[in-house]
Structure formats: structure tokens, C-alpha cells
Design a binder for this molecule. Structure first.
Ligand SMILES: [Zn+2]
Ligand SMILES: [Zn+2]
Length: 161
């Protein structure tokens, strides 16, 4: 098993914390080419539920859209939406297929949609209507400014109250 992103540690209110955490979200894969998976780790003495399941033995797998309850007070919905992915195999100055601008000043490069074949520069992703991939029917969130390796709870939680 390989850990991917730094664990997100949450306090009893569901906010990110560095110490005194109540629950922690960890992302892992069973191999280099295996899909990302997630698990929630409950701190000793903290009641954490995933849906109607108690987190027994401190760890429970977590899937996109599952409801998580921390300490009986906080309910959150886990979100595993991926980010647009940087294109690593293209030429560094390749033109954006959407706006035809060359990859240069002010642009960070080209990004692929993880759900469909769409490819665009970061400026185009930022302008896609409704913050979604421009491909009709593709609901991939266009936001990719969330840093992958310093995950914030907002990367993971929708509808946190
Ligand atoms: Zn573009
Ligand atoms: Zn897409």
C-alpha cells in the first residue's frame, strides 16, 4: 500500500487540525497503477460512523458520496472528485486546443480532464462555464487550484455544516 496524499486530520468539528484530531482521511492505493482509495481513521475514543457503519477497529474504507459522522455532532459528505490532471507527456510549449494560445507566459500548462478526453490550458479550465468541464455531459469540476499534497478539508467535504 502506498499513501498518496498527506492525511487530512479533522477535529471533532470536522475542521482541519494538526493535533488532537478526531478523525483522519487517508488516501492510498494498493499498487502504483491501482486506483486511489480512501479510508477514514477514527481516533481512540471518538465515535466515527460511515453511513450506518461504525468505524470499528479505528479504520473504515470510504467511498465518494458517503456520509461521515464524527463524534455524533458533525455530518459531512465525502467528496473524492479528482482534479484536472497536468499533461506530462506533451511538449512544454504545446498550444492549448481550446484557445490556441501557446503554453507560455501566464499559463501553467495543459490539463486533461480525468473523466473525458478534454484537454485545455489552465486559463481555459478556469473559464469553463459553471466551474465544470466544457464537454457536454461531463460533470468534472474544473477547479484545480486546490493543492494536492496539502489537502484542505474543502478538498474532501461537501456540505459540511
Ligand atoms: Zn486555453
Ligand atoms: Zn471532462
Amino acid at each position: 500500500m502506498e499513501a498518496y496524499e498527506a492525511p487530512v486530520r479533522l477535529d471533532g468539528d470536522g475542521r482541519a487540525t494538526r493535533d488532537g484530531w478526531a478523525a483522519s482521511i487517508v488516501s492510498f492505493a494498493s499498487g502504483p497503477r491501482a486506483p486511489h482509495r480512501w479510508a477514514v481513521v477514527a481516533a481512540p475514543g471518538i465515535a466515527v460512523m460511515v453511513g450506518a457503519r461504525g468505524v470499528t477497529a479505528g479504520v473504515s474504507p470510504l467511498a465518494h458520496g458517503e456520509h461521515v459522522f464524527i463524534g455524533g455532532e458533525v455530518e459531512a459528505i465525502f467528496s473524492a472528485d479528482a482534479h484536472p490532471l497536468p499533461v506530462v507527456d506533451g511538449a512544454p510549449d504545446a498550444a492549448c486546443p481550446v484557445c490556441c494560445e501557446p503554453g507560455s507566459a501566464g499559463r501553467r500548462g495543459l490539463f486533461d480532464c480525468p473523466k473525458c478526453p478534454a484537454r485545455a490550458c489552465d486559463a481555459c479550465w478556469a473559464q469553463f462555464p459553471h466551474g465544470r468541464c466544457a464537454t457536454p455531459g461531463c460533470d468534472q469540476p474544473a477547479a484545480f487550484d486546490r493543492p494536492l499534497f496539502t489537502a484542505e478539508p474543502g478538498d474532501f467535504w461537501d456540505g459540511l455544516r
